[in-house]
Design a binder for this molecule. Structure first.
Ligand code: URA
Length: 264
């Protein structure tokens, strides 16, 4: 006896029909998000690489950008028109939390008020450099998820020349009070100037690693988050990510648990 195919619940069928009849064309939405020309995006769809709400999409599909979850090659794409991504060069003395009892300036006060955004991860008050702010919770979760290993690259200045044995310890993993760190990439660009790349996000991690090898950090600047770099942003300046940068970021975090996996 052949098994009857499982029918979708009625409410899901209605949602599908509504999305097919209304909404924006999927290829247009993808093209706006940096996945290539509309023609190329049509090919992506035809090749079966695009899913809407977990199902492979077909050409002609329209999406509700407010509610549908769109993925390319398993990577969720923020498709809401009010989704923003800001890359900020955080100056020293500005804090990453939303408010500060001591009244210090916060990173959100440096970018537009609306739509409201939050920072992806944190930098210490005295750390400078690149910080991503967005209202795309899905992508933010993925970037922060330790399983992904999105690389963060820092320049750390310390006092004195760091011997290669100490750099080796950073590369091997350092015993800290909250456990051993994953192997870092570490090199000395000039005496006392270290480039350290990690993919964990523990509290004050780079400072604690440098302290553990006997070279406390004097100044710490984050110069890269995954594919994102920008040496032209002055401290306090921000810019919106280019669509292609959003795409690269999404690709960098492909494969993390999807939020709809957790839906009942
Ligand atoms: N590591 C630190 O020690 N501080 C930061 O702000 C970021 C990484």
């Amino acid at each position: 006896m052949t098994e009857r195919p499982l029918e979708k619940p009625l409410w899901e069928q209605w949602a599908d029909q509504r999305a097919t009849a209304t909404g924006e064309r999927l290829q247009k939405v993808l093209a706006l998000r940096g996945w290539g020309s509309r023609r190329l995006c049509e090919e992506l769809i035809a090749d079966g690489r695009v899913a809407v709400n977990g199902e492979i999409a077909v050409l002609g599909r329209r999406v509700d950008v407010d509610t549908d979850l769109v993925e390319v090659d398993g990577v969720p794409i923020g498709v809401r028109p009010d989704t923003v991504y800001y890359l900020l060069n955080k100056p020293a003395g500005v804090i990453t939390t939303a408010s500060d009892p001591q009244g210090r300036p916060t990173v959100v006060s440096l970018v537009p008020d609306e739509p409201r955004v939050f920072s992806v991860g944190r930098l210490d008050a005295d750390t400078e450099g690149l910080l991503l702010l967005t209202n795309d919770g899905e992508l933010a979760n993925r970037i922060s998820h330790p399983s992904h290993g999105v690389e963060k690259e820092y320049l750390a200045s310390v006092t004195g020349n760091v011997p290669s044995s100490a750099l080796h310890r950073l590369r091997e993993g350092i015993e800290l009070e909250d456990g051993i760190t994953a192997p870092a990439r570490a090199s000395q660009l000039s005496p006392g100037l270290l480039r350290i790349t990690i993919h964990e996000g523990r509290n004050r991690q780079v400072r604690r690693m440098c302290e553990a090898i006997g070279f406390p950090v004097q100044r710490l600047v984050r110069v890269r988050i995954g594919p994102l770099r920008d040496a032209s942003l002055a401290p306090g300046q921000w810019r919106s990510l280019l669509p292609d940068e959003v795409r690269q970021l999404a690709e960098a975090v492909a494969g993390a648990p999807r939020s709809y996996d957790r839906r009942p």
